[in-house]
Design a protein around this ligand. Structure first.
Ligand code: BGC
Length: 670
């Protein structure tokens, strides 16, 4: 059992043993269902007379939810995924954990860590990207930070990646795909991250709702992975059958009693559920309360700890680190204040506080720096003119034609993508919302100094305007200080280092089909870059891609040991050089593919390691990446376990899934 109590573990379990002997069945079952809201927080009631404190749960992945009041809105998860920096993500987790405690919360309902199977998913913005290895690294880092202050909740377990039908859709997925694509990151956040709770998804998998899937919850999560925390349902529509959920191992129903509670008591009294099963639920629900000492040291609201200068500075730092420079062929960026007289800022999102979805992840900060405000504040002597509509008048057209640079801010908002039921749901296409491409083209017809800033939480197609503009910068939903961060990137105080944590296709049809209306869907083995590689389709921008205001070169790939065995660690070292004239941060990516594999299907390559290096102009540094050979295992469904197939593997190192200039083979011996 992976306990997370440290030295107190034995004493805590004994205390729970004692309580289980005293509690009545009614008291026990009362602990297994929510008590709705308490002061803007979701309540899992305690039992004051028994010395059992309540749990207060609150969303979410980009900061403390608006239902609890004002808090710092950080860049969304997808933006943070683009930093490829788990250490930075740990600091975000820690800050969100601290703000959670500061509103009286003991559980943060984050991270969202579902595989982005398709970027039309309405909650794309909340997760970290499409790759399970990268997702596992980022989510585990978030949890390590958050759990310094509160419990974290890994969600939504599992295979949740459609919004419009989220509460009904059945996902058919074979065991190997489930284990290799949809679960490895959850495993990591449980085993390595010791996450305190896991939220089951609304959808069903292979015919069983996740909240009542013995395979997902009892066998895999609690059995194989030895999860010591509690499994909580997703809200309102997550549970359907008391007996099935109890047998499957679901511990807590939220936010109110609709299945558990009275009916769980009745099911025990009728002999349909053993009292021992309820005892196990209660044990898992009490463990975090006592491990976290919530009885003697409950979170006390502390408004002074919310929206601090440090939190806003961190939000800005992450936004700066997350922005991805997608195109800059003529080197228009960075803008040089000394050489500019006038900038025009236009586009539908130029002056919009664009923080992301207004569903459960909604955060309400007291102030937001928009793109326009950020650019205006940082422009110094440069005259900034805002044109709030496409250039129709001769005056506006003249302003654009005369400007030294035109920044067009376009993209998605909470009207375009978000949570099902309470938000915009899935997108219908990967194109920019109607009229935006035309706005860009109207500007591009008047100027050859056009920078397009794209906001949003997922991939967009861009062939309709890409060739007509001089630069494209992806800013995501950049949080409270997004505009300030954007200005620092545009003016070159920050050298862009964000990398795409998802593939940008040329056309919707280049990705696997996404049917957000069907009652059931089948998830195949390939999605994202693995699909594009397998099908031989060129992406618009590949997974891992991002430009900088400098260049990087990689050379001298050396692998330690040519022959490895299961249990060994593959060590690859590469020299990285900054070939440009600005200091920068490069992300070195390592992919591994099985050569002539007898296991089918198999990805051409999969991300197995990444690391960052900061380099001064002209500087070279060695970077070493380590890959446990066991990470190369495939799931052998017939044998019911992971197994490393002996044979040859190609190790490729570079700057994106499609720019891998260094390669070497290794042999894995039987
Ligand atoms: C969402 C969860 C969220 C919960 C509580 C649900 O609708 O799917 O992610 O944590 O609501 O707000």
């Amino acid at each position: 059992m992976q306990a997370y109590c440290g030295d107190d573990a034995v004493a805590v379990e004994r205390r729970i043993d004692g309580l289980l002997k005293q509690l009545t069945l009614e008291e026990k079952t009362g602990l297994t269902r929510g008590g709705f809201l308490d002061g803007g927080l979701w309540l899992a009631p305690g039992l004051a007379a028994r010395g059992i404190p309540p749990l207060h749960l609150i969303d979410g992945p980009r900061g403390v939810s608006a239902i609890a009041g004002n808090a710092t809105a950080f860049p969304v998860g997808m933006a943070r995924g683009a930093t490829f920096d788990p250490e930075l993500e740990q600091r975000i987790g820690e800050r969100i954990g601290l703000e959670t405690r500061a509103v009286g919360g003991s559980v943060i309902l984050a991270p969202t860590m579902n595989v982005l199977r398709h970027p039309r998913w309405g909650r794309s913005q909340e997760t970290y990207g499409e790759d399970p290895f990268h997702l596992g690294a980022m989510a585990t880092a978030f949890v390590a930070g958050a759990q310094r202050h509160v419990l974290a909740t890994a969600k939504h377990y599992a295979a949740n990646s459609i919004e419009d039908t989220r509460v009904t859709v059945d996902v058919t997925v074979d065991e190997r795909t489930l284990r290799e694509v949809y679960l490895p990151h959850f495993r990591r956040v449980v085993r390595e991250g010791q996450v305190g709770s896991v939220m089951t998804a609304y959808n069903s998998v292979n015919g069983a709702f996740c909240s009542q899937s013995p395979h997902l919850v009892r066998e895999i999560l609690k059995g194989e992975w030895e999860f010591a925390g509690f499994a909580v349902s997703d809200w309102l529509w997550g549970m359907h059958d008391t007996v099935a959920a109890a047998h499957a191992g679901l511990d807590l129903e939220m936010p109110v009693e609709s299945v558990y509670g009275a009916s769980l008591r009745a099911a025990v009294e009728a002999g349909e559920v053993d009292e021992a099963t309820v005892d196990e639920m209660v044990r898992r629900l009490l463990r975090p309360r006592f491990c976290r000492r919530l009885d003697v040291d409950p979170p006390v609201p502390d408004p002074a700890a919310l929206e601090t200068a440090e939190a806003y500075a961190l939000a800005q730092e992450v936004a700066e680190r997350s922005m991805v420079l997608l195109a800059n062929p003529a080197g228009l960026l960075p803008l040089d204040r000394a050489a500019l007289a006038a900038i025009v800022v236009t586009g539908p999102l130029a002056d919009v506080e664009n923080l992301g979805d207004t569903g459960s992840s909604n955060v309400a900060p007291t102030s937001v720096v928009t793109a326009l405000a950020g650019i205006a504040a940082a422009a110094g002597p440069v005259v900034v003119t805002h044109l709030p509509a496409p250039p129709a008048s001769t005056e506006d057209q003249a302003a654009i034609a005369a400007a030294d640079a035109v920044v067009v801010v376009v993209g998605l908002t909470s009207r375009d993508e978000g949570e099902g039921q309470i938000g915009a749901g899935d997108r219908n296409s990967l194109a920019l919302p109607e009229g935006q491409a035309q706005w860009i083209l109207d500007v591009a017809a008047l100027s050859d100094r056009v920078v397009v800033v794209v906001e949003g939480g997922g991939a967009l197609t861009m062939d309709d305007f890409l060739g007509q503009v001089e630069a494209v910068l992806l800013a995501w939903y950049p949080g409270v200080r997004g505009g300030a961060a954007l200005a620092r990137v545009l003016f070159g105080e920050v050298n862009p280092s964000g990398r795409l944590p998802l593939s940008f296709p040329r056309a919707d049809a280049d990705l696997p089909p996404f049917d957000n209306a069907a009652p059931s869907v089948t998830y195949g083995y390939f999605h994202g870059y693995r699909h594009l590689d397998h099908e031989g389709i060129a992406p618009l921008f590949p997974f891992g891609f991002g430009l900088a205001y400098t260049g990087y070169a990689r050379a001298n790939l050396r692998l330690e040991g040519a022959t490895l065995r299961a249990g060994d660690v593959l060590r690859a070292t590469v020299d990285v050089t900054n070939t440009g004239s600005r200091a920068g941060r490069e992300t070195v990516q390592l992919y591994v593919g099985a050569v002539a594999s007898t296991v089918t299907p198999r990805s051409v390559r999969e991300l197995r390691g990444f690391a960052q290096v900061e380099l001064q102009p002209g500087e070279t540094k060695p970077v070493t990446l380590e890959v446990p050979v066991d990470d190369l295992a495939f799931y052998d469904a017939a044998a019911g376990g992971f197994r490393v197939a002996p044979g040859t593997y190609l190790v490729e190192v570079g700057s994106s899934s499609r720019d891998l200039p260094l390669a070497a083979e290794v042999t894995v011996a039987p």
